[in-house]
Design a protein. Sequence first.
Length: 234
Amino acid sequence: MMAVSMAANPEKTRPDQRLPEPPAPADDAPDDAGETFVPDPPLPPPPAPEAPVPPAGGPGTAEGQGGRSWHRLHYAVGVFLLAYGVTGIVSAVLLWDDRREEFEKYFASGPAGTLLIVVKAVEVLLVVVTAAGLARRRDMWFVPALAGWMAGFAMFAVLDVLKGRWGGLLEHVLYLAGFVVLLFLSYGLSAKAQLAAAARARREAGGSAAAPSGGGLTRTQEFALSAINRLPRR
């Protein structure tokens, strides 16, 4: 019966009949079911940057610890200013009555004590600034102390003329002249230090060590340097 039934259906027995195609695989099916996915190895970390070399005049050098205008002889200038200021303050404390009587010769007895306190307070401030400049190697911090004492001696010199105190006038003028010389000495040392630092920087850069014209100095520094260069040398 089965053979007769199959022979009776000619559509199923035609030799040119195409077989049905198998279903297409799903889109999300893996192409190679037998292969295992291996991730790429991680990239090595980038090399650490090298530490930068501090330039000339940076915080790691002697020039960076102080100013470009600091000269070794500025230590002597700073020590002198400290010694002078501390001596004046201590002597005023120990000999307060004598200092007050001296002030009364220039001013009335009433404000003499108050003015003496103000003057000594200013001297304390100048000593503190000088000590900070000496510790940090900043020669420009000596300028307020030098200018302050110069102004004080100049004021007392004028008062000596008005009061007719010629002995006091000579003393104050000599002190004033000494601090003026000290100020120009500090400026001249600053100029020498700046020129030396500039020449050293040019040598490190491979250039000529000869200083250019002017050297970046102020007129006051040039004048002070010229005065120092005229001093006799042994």
